[in-house]
Ligand binder design. Structure first.
Ligand code: NAG
Ligand code: NAG
Ligand code: NAG
Ligand code: NAG
Ligand code: NAG
Ligand code: NAG
Ligand code: NAG
Length: 584
């Protein structure tokens, strides 16, 4: 081909010579947005009201109670503090030497931020089941400096405040903050109610500060569920006061544990930001670390060769026909559930990758046949889910429980799909509510090579060149291409509550957590908030439209202290979207 056809996007870009990006760079994209090009300045004198009551701007406001006003007031403080503190002078979004800033000669100031919440919060707003809280909001910013934010719930107010912060930049003089986009009008609501990250704290431990920072970045991306895969065969970091031996023997080190106070702190921190933290204790497989304190309950712990007994070392599964296991779980749940229930609607009982061979080593079973094991597993799930429900929580399981083991589940049970292909369709076809974590798209840990070692000779040749099972790496473009409701009927699509990106932590620890997770989790966040299809055009969202918004959002993450990866080279961040576009 001799020349490239200029795309529509490149043509449109020439209409915005001063601020070349095609839309105000809000991430995730609002359902509807219009903006102008007038400049308005912001300072701490903006008068903020919430349902008519004046809210003083307090730097770093710490909420003291759990109610709508405290949540909103803390949200306002974070929003304004975030704008002032992040010091985001956007030179990096513009060509070297370009004029990108307003001159300071005529300053029009933002006068008021009027927040109206149109309904009272239901108590479930702070730990909702999917669909229980209305997160929609409308935001307008007039050319004369009046901002109006309306939402049905306090959580919707928080979502609107996040959008508000993304309209602002710092002036390079260092003492002025402005938006170049007035007037702005936004109408926004999420496509899916469940928009999450799964964080595995068992293969590597993550200190509180890493988890809290992750929650912050989630709230900036309008993600609303943190699924903590808190235990596994590798370690048991969870302190259970009535069973102290579990973490004393099961944690990697006493410093790598979560006390009840830590758990509460994480959950509250999330709840104040509209991020529900819920926990998974994976069972009956992936539970080997219990063997370190209760060997009598577990089979196949650290059995070798591990791949006959489980997916990765050390193996270990509950004995499926042992009443002591049931008593153990009763005691564990009685301790844990009342503490998490105030802030969680869900509890995940796991259920992935149970290897049938494990029960061969169980003196009470000695079989790997489905006919023998299936009824035992059904009984196990029934008993444990009964306890979950009685504690006021809704059970979540991995897809193998219904699809591979044919276990019958309660109607309200949510199934997390991960194996890709048509499993979301199969599950919704059977009437299950589904969270989609398709590993071909949304496993953020994948594609970075094997962490297991291979002996010389045949194993070496088998493993070479040591890629992992779920490669290739999930680039932001691939993550963005995934529609959790692809190939579903309208009826089936209604059962998809949303999705979670997975952060399995074999080779992720606090050193690389941010760069693995961000901004790719935000990319799935846009699919889940805005939808893969842009309802204004009926078309798939375009990488070329998303790109300048995502590069800008990534800069905002970095300015706010998250070590997010670059998604492109600096030339492209400074360039027009079409300059780094592959055209045919
Ligand atoms: C936002 O505006 C639309 C259109 O006027 C309206 O239908 C909707 O109820 C508004 N939502 C909120 C939260 O105010
Ligand atoms: C079970 O163990 C046998 C060896 O005894 C092995 O051949 C088979 O692959 C194992 N099954 C699974 C599912 O790992
Ligand atoms: C399970 O245990 C019960 C009671 O000990 C026993 O009667 C039953 O045969 C066991 N089931 C299997 C499949 O081994
Ligand atoms: C069950 O065990 C037998 C004997 O070890 C083995 O040959 C077979 O592959 C196992 N079945 C499964 C499903 O792992
Ligand atoms: C589940 O049902 C399918 C289809 O009927 C069957 O092929 C499979 O063996 C069953 N699995 C178990 C564990 O019973
Ligand atoms: C949808 O169906 C197509 C064609 O069968 C398949 O290639 C694709 O993987 C499916 N997508 C999902 C998300 O299931
Ligand atoms: C969106 O992209 C998918 C492939 O990722 C394609 O199958 C589908 O037809 C596209 N939808 C529209 C509305 O263009």
């Amino acid at each position: 081909m001799l020349f490239q056809t200029p795309s529509l996007v490149s043509a449109l870009c020439f209409l915005y010579p001063l601020f070349p990006h095609p839309v105000a760079a809000v991430w995730p994209a609002p359902q509807k947005i219009t903006k102008g090009d007038a400049v308005l300045y912001l300072n701490q004198n903006i008068e903020v009201t919430y349902n008519g009551a004046f809210i003083p701007y307090t730097y770093g406001y710490t909420p003291s109670g759990f109610n709508s006003k405290e949540i909103v007031q803390a949200g306002i403080s974070r929003a304004l503090t975030g704008i002032f503190n992040s010091k985001f002078v956007p030179w990096i979004l513009h060509k070297p030497g370009a004029k990108y800033e307003p001159d300071l000669s005529e300053q029009e100031w933002l006068k008021t931020l009027e927040i109206i919440q149109t309904a009272e919060d239901d108590p479930s707003a702070f730990k909702p089941l999917a669909g229980e809280v209305d997160e929609s909001y409308n935001l307008t910013l007039s050319e004369t400096g009046e901002v109006k934010l309306t939402a049905v719930s306090s959580i919707g107010v928080l979502r609107g405040l996040e959008t508000f912060t993304q309209l602002f930049y710092q002036h390079s003089t260092g003492t002025f903050w402005y938006t170049p986009y007035a007037p702005v009008s936004i109408q926004d609501s999420p496509k899916f109610p469940h928009r999450g990250i799964l964080l595995d704290t068992a293969r590597h431990f993550f200190p509180l500060e890493d988890i809290l920072r992750t929650i912050d970045a989630m709230s900036w991306s309008k993600l609303n569920r943190l699924h903590v895969h808190v235990t596994d065969s590798q370690s048991w970091p969870l302190v259970i006061p009535s069973m102290p031996e579990l973490s004393e023997k099961g944690a990697y080190h006493p410093s790598e544990t979560y006390s009840p106070e830590d758990i509460e702190k994480i959950q509250k921190y999330g709840a104040y930001r509209g991020v529900q933290v819920y926990f998974e204790i994976d069972m009956p497989g992936h539970i080997g670390s219990v063997s370190l304190s209760h060997p009598e309950l577990i089979v196949a712990y650290n059995e070798q060769p591990y791949h006959w007994w489980c997916a990765q070392p050390p193996c270990g599964a509950f004995k499926l026909n042992n009443t002591a296991v049931d008593e153990f779980l009763e005691k564990l749940f009685d301790d844990f559930f009342p503490r998490i229930e105030p802030y969680s609607a869900y509890f995940h009982t796991g259920g992935d990758e149970l290897n049938k061979n494990d029960s061969m080593l169980d003196e009470g079973i000695r079989s790997n046949s489905s006919e023998v094991l299936q009824p035992l597993l059904q009984k196990f799930i029934d008993a444990q889910h009964k306890r979950v429900r009685e504690a006021g929580l809704t059970p979540v399981v991995w897809e193998e429980i219904p699809l591979e083991w044919n276990v019958t589940l309660g109607e309200e049970v949510v199934v997390q799909a991960w194996l890709g292909g048509s499993t979301v369709k199969k599950l919704t076809g059977k009437g299950h509510r589904v969270i989609d974590s398709n590993y071909n798209f949304w496993y953020l840990d994948c594609g970075r090579g094997q962490w297991i070692t291979w002996e010389n000779g045949l194993p070496f040749r088998t493993g070479y060149p040591f890629n992992d099972w779920c490669g290739p790496t999930k680039s932001w473009g691939l993550i963005y291409s995934h529609d959790p409701t692809a190939n579903l009927t309208a009826e089936e699509a209604k059962l998809v509550l949303g999705g979670e990106v997975a952060v399995w932590s074999e080779t992720i620890d606090p050193m690389n957590l941010d760069s693995i997770v961000w901004p790719r989790a935000s990319v799935a966040g846009e699919v889940l908030w805005s939808g893969r299809i842009d309802e204004n055009t009926g078309q798939n969202r375009s990488q070329i439209e998303a790109f300048p918004r995502l590069t800008e959002f990534r800069e905002r993450l970095v300015k706010k202290g998250v070590r997010a990866s670059p998604i492109t080279q600096e030339f492209c961040v400074q360039g027009e979207p079409w300059e780094c576009e592959f055209a045919m």
